[in-house]
Design a protein around this ligand. Structure first.
Ligand code: ADP
Length: 396
């Protein structure tokens, strides 16, 4: 890729488009630093606003009733002196159509559109991001990076549900796995830290959404998330796994409609539902310390279910080079890491209390003791940087 210094710093724009929001970051090609980042929220409403951070300064620009197009146009004003070489888009669902990142063309947008039925809340917004960027930067190459693509290496035994096979063949009902960009990023970083070209790992992305992934020689072979990001672990407001008969029972007993039960499992369950207090791990830890019993219980269920899933994921692996914690909770909660690994003694996992307390920041990411059979690492995730790297790789 040729660069022209007179046009400004070579950079890559990363866009994450939601239904009423647009998040962007601009990375330097030379050293991967973030040159500008911003978030436009409440798009389409009178109080729409664009927040931009550049050179340590934050500006807040009202953009009343702005569309995604208006917001991106306003964001471009913050990119003076930069020479964007390409645009990377986060796309939530690539179904079975995409096994990796791709340069966007008409066939790609049509395939992303076909995946909308699998992610009706996210893919349409991601498509708006692509169309808007194409309108405003018609000459720049654009790349789609999918949350699901990293998990397309799952074997059938891991991705099939034990329901009539027709539902897979006709409707593509299967386990997809999500958070792929994060699991891919931290697994690559972990392999580097371990001094291996590729590694076999269990990575735990613990944010508002939570998933764990079994990675064999650098490839995803199982994930706790399934057909939707609702399966698997306990999350901030999502239940994770429940009995398949629960919907019928709740409908019969309470008269709730199916859509109401789904909404309850997505937005009123998890840490929030169990504690009755908050979906935020910081709030729960603080409350539990002060004696809030249900906050303590919510954390206990969260960590127990996580440890149980980690043990389940070992079935997908022949060796295990390390356990990796990431995401807001994984990177910052020494308590969650300690409670979870306390239930993994059977795997020979043992933490170093001081390194865990400092989140591995003074020990090169390692939080396990020298006696631990399996190293434990804390690796901050960086999905935007991964999208920028994928964009550069594909346009170079
Ligand atoms: P998202 O999935 O929305 O990107 P994050 O990865 O930022 O979310 O994770 C949010 C979660 O991380 C929240 O539950 C928050 O309480 C938790 N978190 C952030 N900082 C801390 C901390 N210092 N201690 C415990 N939990 C934390």
């Amino acid at each position: 890729m040729k660069s022209d210094p007179s046009r400004g710093t070579d950079s890559l724009i990363v866009i994450n488009c939601g239904s009423s929001s647009l998040k962007f970051a601009v990375f330097s090609v030379a050293d991967e630093t973030v040159l500008v980042k911003g978030l436009a929220e409440r798009l389409g409403s009178p109080d729409a606003v664009l927040k931009v951070e550049r050179n340590g300064e934050t500006s807040c620009i009202p953009i009343p009733s702005a569309s995604h197009h208006d917001a991106l146009q306003a964001a471009i004003a913050s990119m003076t002196g930069l020479n964007p070489r390409g645009i990377g888009h986060r796309v939530v669902h690539g179904g079975e159509e995409f096994t990796g990142s791709v340069v966007i063309d008409e066939n790609v947008t049509a395939a992303v559109d076909r995946c909308c039925s699998l992610a009706p809340l996210h893919n349409p917004a991601n498509l708006i991001g692509m169309t808007t960027a194409r309108e405003l930067f018609p000459d720049l190459p654009q790349v789609a990076v999918f949350d699901t693509a990293f998990h397309q290496t799952l074997p059938p035994k891991a991705f099939l549900y034990a329901i009539p096979y027709d539902y897979y063949e006709k409707l593509k009902v299967r386990r997809y796995g999500f958070h792929g960009t994060s699991h891919h990023y931290v697994s690559t970083e972990a392999a580097g830290l371990l001094g291996k070209p590729v590694a076999s790992l269990i990575t735990m992305h613990l944010g508002n959404g939570c998933s764990a992934c079994a990675i064999k020689d650098g490839r995803s072979v199982d994930s706790t998330m399934g057909f939707t990001p609702g399966e698997g672990l306990v999350m901030g407001t999502r239940s994770g796994d429940v009995d398949p008969a629960l919907h019928q029972f709740l409908q019969d007993q309470t008269g709730m409609r199916l859509s109401e039960i789904t909404a309850m499992l997505n937005s009123r369950s998890g840490l929030l539902g169990l504690s009755g207090l908050s979906n935020d791990m910081r709030t729960l830890s603080e409350a539990a310390r002060k004696g809030h019993e249900r906050a303590r219980l919510a954390i206990e269920v969260f960590c127990y279910r996580l440890a149980k899933s980690v043990c389940g994921l070992t079935a997908a692996l022949d060796t295990l080079d390390a356990l990796v914690f990431t995401g807001g909770i994984g990177e910052n909660s020494a308590e969650v890491r300690a409670l979870t690994t306390a239930r993994l003694k059977i795997l020979g996992v043992d933490l170093d209390a001081a390194n865990n307390a400092s989140h591995g920041r003074t020990s090169g990411g390692r939080i396990s003791s020298s006696d631990s059979h399996i190293p434990c690492l804390v690796i901050p995730t960086n999905e935007e940087l991964m999208i920028a790297r994928e964009t550069l790789r594909l346009i170079s």
